[in-house]
Design a protein around this ligand. Structure first.
Ligand code: SF4
Ligand code: SF4
Length: 101
């Protein structure tokens, strides 16, 4: 780990994804679903996602790799004022583990 990660609270250049890992072989299930017919393309989900998993052009679209990369913060679900996004935690025994937290 980079020295900046542990000294003085300076997390410049630190990737959240480097601080997490997945439980190998576990199936998290479809823990984020979304309804594009409710999306007004406001872009809020894309703005708050620290893993950069949402793309919003015409309508919001979630990365097909979200089960692997999602940090399970639920921010996308929280900010969507149109209730277009549904979030639940991954199936038991699956999901992310924070290494340094
Ligand atoms: S926050 Fe909701 S309404 Fe806004 S772009 Fe994302 S899915 Fe669409
Ligand atoms: S739960 Fe958090 S990390 Fe996962 S897609 Fe939503 S905003 Fe991104």
């Amino acid at each position: 780990m980079d020295q900046r990660d542990t000294k003085g609270g300076d997390f410049t250049g630190t990737s959240l994804l480097k601080l997490t890992f997945k439980v190998e072989g576990a199936d998290p299930g479809e823990f984020i679903t979304y309804d594009q017919s409710k999306c007004n393309s406001c872009g809020a989900c894309s703005l708050v996602c620290s893993a950069n998993l949402w793309a919003v052009k015409d309508k919001a679209k979630l990365s097909p790799r979200y089960q692997e990369l999602c940090l399970e913060c639920a921010a996308c679900y929280a900010v969507c004022e149109n209730d277009a996004i549904a979030f639940r935690y991954p199936n038991g025994g699956a999901g992310i583990i924070i290494k340094h937290g």
